[in-house]
Design a protein around this ligand. Sequence first.
Ligand code: SF4
Ligand code: SF4
Length: 152
Amino acid sequence: MNDTLIPEDSPPWYKDGLRFQCTGCGKCCSGGPGYVWVTSKEIAAIAGFLKMSVDLFVRRYIRQKENRYALIERKMQNFDCVFLQDKKCLIYPVRPVQCKTFPWWKEQLRSKESWELAARYCEGIKPQAPLVSYEQIQKCLEISSTQSQEKS
Ligand code: SF4
Ligand code: SF4
Protein backbone atom coordinates (compact mmCIF):
# COMPACT_ATOMS: atom_id res chain seq x y z
CA MET A 1 0.00 0.00 0.00
CA ASN A 2 1.22 3.50 -0.77
CA ASP A 3 2.07 5.23 2.54
CA THR A 4 1.24 8.63 1.10
CA LEU A 5 -2.43 7.59 0.89
CA ILE A 6 -2.59 7.07 4.67
CA PRO A 7 -3.71 10.24 6.47
CA GLU A 8 -1.12 11.43 8.97
CA ASP A 9 -3.55 11.18 11.88
CA SER A 10 -4.62 7.61 11.13
CA PRO A 11 -3.85 5.20 13.99
CA PRO A 12 -0.64 3.17 13.68
CA TRP A 13 -0.71 -0.48 12.72
CA TYR A 14 -0.29 -1.51 16.38
CA LYS A 15 -3.32 0.47 17.62
CA ASP A 16 -4.73 -2.64 19.33
CA GLY A 17 -1.54 -3.17 21.33
CA LEU A 18 1.23 -5.73 20.95
CA ARG A 19 2.18 -8.85 22.82
CA PHE A 20 5.45 -8.77 24.75
CA GLN A 21 7.00 -9.85 28.01
CA CYS A 22 10.73 -9.80 28.61
CA THR A 23 12.14 -13.20 29.56
CA GLY A 24 15.51 -11.74 30.50
CA CYS A 25 17.29 -13.84 27.88
CA GLY A 26 19.86 -11.09 27.35
CA LYS A 27 19.95 -11.36 23.56
CA CYS A 28 19.29 -7.66 23.08
CA CYS A 29 22.44 -6.97 25.14
CA SER A 30 24.64 -9.02 22.85
CA GLY A 31 25.03 -10.52 19.41
CA GLY A 32 26.67 -7.81 17.33
CA PRO A 33 28.27 -4.40 17.41
CA GLY A 34 26.03 -1.52 18.42
CA TYR A 35 25.65 1.37 20.78
CA VAL A 36 23.99 1.57 24.16
CA TRP A 37 23.85 5.33 24.51
CA VAL A 38 24.06 6.94 27.92
CA THR A 39 23.50 10.51 29.02
CA SER A 40 25.61 12.27 31.64
CA LYS A 41 22.76 11.80 34.12
CA GLU A 42 22.70 8.06 33.46
CA ILE A 43 26.48 7.86 33.75
CA ALA A 44 26.31 9.50 37.17
CA ALA A 45 23.47 7.18 38.26
CA ILE A 46 25.29 4.01 37.15
CA ALA A 47 28.57 5.15 38.70
CA GLY A 48 26.70 5.82 41.96
CA PHE A 49 25.05 2.40 41.81
CA LEU A 50 28.47 0.80 41.37
CA LYS A 51 29.89 3.01 44.12
CA MET A 52 32.54 4.38 41.78
CA SER A 53 33.59 7.90 40.96
CA VAL A 54 32.20 9.19 37.66
CA ASP A 55 35.76 9.71 36.49
CA LEU A 56 36.79 6.11 37.02
CA PHE A 57 33.51 4.83 35.62
CA VAL A 58 33.98 6.81 32.42
CA ARG A 59 37.55 5.61 32.01
CA ARG A 60 36.52 1.97 32.49
CA TYR A 61 33.18 1.66 30.79
CA ILE A 62 32.48 4.52 28.42
CA ARG A 63 33.44 5.24 24.84
CA GLN A 64 32.73 8.41 22.96
CA LYS A 65 31.31 8.68 19.48
CA GLU A 66 31.20 12.21 18.20
CA ASN A 67 29.34 14.12 20.92
CA ARG A 68 27.64 11.11 22.49
CA TYR A 69 28.64 8.47 25.02
CA ALA A 70 28.01 4.74 24.93
CA LEU A 71 28.78 1.74 27.13
CA ILE A 72 31.69 -0.35 25.91
CA GLU A 73 31.11 -3.88 24.68
CA ARG A 74 33.16 -7.05 24.83
CA LYS A 75 34.30 -7.54 21.24
CA MET A 76 35.77 -10.96 21.94
CA GLN A 77 32.54 -12.17 23.57
CA ASN A 78 29.97 -11.70 20.86
CA PHE A 79 29.86 -7.94 21.46
CA ASP A 80 28.21 -8.44 24.85
CA CYS A 81 27.45 -5.25 26.70
CA VAL A 82 30.12 -4.79 29.36
CA PHE A 83 27.42 -5.15 32.02
CA LEU A 84 25.99 -8.41 30.79
CA GLN A 85 26.99 -11.35 32.95
CA ASP A 86 25.45 -14.82 32.78
CA LYS A 87 22.61 -13.31 30.72
CA LYS A 88 21.83 -10.85 33.48
CA CYS A 89 22.28 -7.12 33.60
CA LEU A 90 24.58 -6.12 36.44
CA ILE A 91 23.14 -2.61 36.57
CA TYR A 92 19.49 -3.52 35.99
CA PRO A 93 17.89 -0.98 38.39
CA VAL A 94 19.79 1.87 36.73
CA ARG A 95 20.09 0.55 33.18
CA PRO A 96 19.91 3.25 30.50
CA VAL A 97 16.57 4.37 29.07
CA GLN A 98 17.55 2.80 25.76
CA CYS A 99 17.52 -0.60 27.50
CA LYS A 100 14.41 0.11 29.56
CA THR A 101 12.36 1.01 26.51
CA PHE A 102 13.35 -1.90 24.25
CA PRO A 103 11.54 -3.14 22.12
CA TRP A 104 9.43 0.02 21.98
CA TRP A 105 11.75 1.85 19.61
CA LYS A 106 10.61 3.51 16.43
CA GLU A 107 12.78 1.11 14.39
CA GLN A 108 10.80 -1.86 15.71
CA LEU A 109 7.42 -0.14 15.50
CA ARG A 110 7.83 1.28 12.01
CA SER A 111 5.86 -1.57 10.46
CA LYS A 112 4.48 -5.00 11.17
CA GLU A 113 7.45 -6.39 9.24
CA SER A 114 9.99 -4.59 11.48
CA TRP A 115 8.18 -5.93 14.54
CA GLU A 116 8.28 -9.46 13.15
CA LEU A 117 11.96 -9.03 12.41
CA ALA A 118 12.57 -8.02 16.04
CA ALA A 119 10.65 -11.11 17.16
CA ARG A 120 13.28 -13.27 15.46
CA TYR A 121 15.82 -12.41 18.13
CA CYS A 122 13.63 -11.13 20.98
CA GLU A 123 11.88 -14.15 22.45
CA GLY A 124 9.64 -11.89 24.54
CA ILE A 125 7.68 -10.96 21.42
CA LYS A 126 5.31 -13.87 21.07
CA PRO A 127 1.58 -14.54 20.74
CA GLN A 128 1.33 -16.01 24.27
CA ALA A 129 2.84 -12.92 25.93
CA PRO A 130 0.59 -10.41 27.71
CA LEU A 131 -0.89 -7.62 25.66
CA VAL A 132 0.77 -4.25 26.04
CA SER A 133 -1.71 -1.48 25.35
CA TYR A 134 -1.32 1.13 22.64
CA GLU A 135 -1.13 3.84 25.34
CA GLN A 136 1.70 2.05 27.15
CA ILE A 137 3.58 1.56 23.90
CA GLN A 138 3.24 5.22 22.94
CA LYS A 139 4.51 6.29 26.35
CA CYS A 140 7.66 4.16 25.99
CA LEU A 141 8.10 5.23 22.38
CA GLU A 142 7.96 8.84 23.41
CA ILE A 143 10.57 8.30 26.12
CA SER A 144 12.89 6.35 23.81
CA SER A 145 12.54 8.93 21.02
CA THR A 146 13.29 11.83 23.36
CA GLN A 147 16.33 10.00 24.67
CA SER A 148 17.68 9.22 21.21
CA GLN A 149 17.53 12.91 20.32
CA GLU A 150 19.12 14.01 23.60
CA LYS A 151 22.80 14.75 23.49
CA SER A 152 25.01 13.25 26.18
S1 SF4 B 1 15.85 -10.03 23.72
FE1 SF4 B 1 13.74 -9.54 24.36
S2 SF4 B 1 13.23 -11.14 25.87
FE2 SF4 B 1 15.45 -11.16 25.63
S3 SF4 B 1 16.19 -9.78 27.26
FE3 SF4 B 1 15.96 -8.55 25.39
S4 SF4 B 1 13.89 -7.68 25.56
FE4 SF4 B 1 14.00 -9.37 27.00
S1 SF4 C 1 23.06 -2.06 30.37
FE1 SF4 C 1 22.13 -3.97 30.98
S2 SF4 C 1 20.20 -4.05 29.86
FE2 SF4 C 1 21.48 -2.51 28.86
S3 SF4 C 1 22.57 -3.58 27.23
FE3 SF4 C 1 23.89 -3.62 29.05
S4 SF4 C 1 23.43 -5.55 30.06
FE4 SF4 C 1 21.75 -5.11 28.64
